[in-house]
Design a protein around this ligand. Structure first.
Ligand SMILES: [Zn+2]
Length: 61
């Protein structure tokens, strides 16, 4: 099974949407990423089951 799933997130700073690859092998995770457009770092929290992202939320620092 493919555990890396790409999901669409929205940057909390500039509003740009872009795709992010999430490893769905852990059911709940929080990690940092940065916007492809404005390069501002932000946190992403994802709820997953293997092969599927159930929910995703972004947090401005
Ligand atoms: Zn941005």
């Amino acid at each position: 099974m493919e555990v890396e799933v790409s999901v669409r997130v929205q940057c909390p700073f500039c509003g740009q949407r872009f795709d992010l690859v999430v490893d769905t092998s852990s059911s709940h995770q929080r990690f940092s990423t940065e916007c492809e457009v404005c390069c501002h770092p932000f946190d992403v929290e994802a709820s997953c089951r293997p092969g599927e992202v159930l929910g995703i939320e972004v947090f401005a620092e």
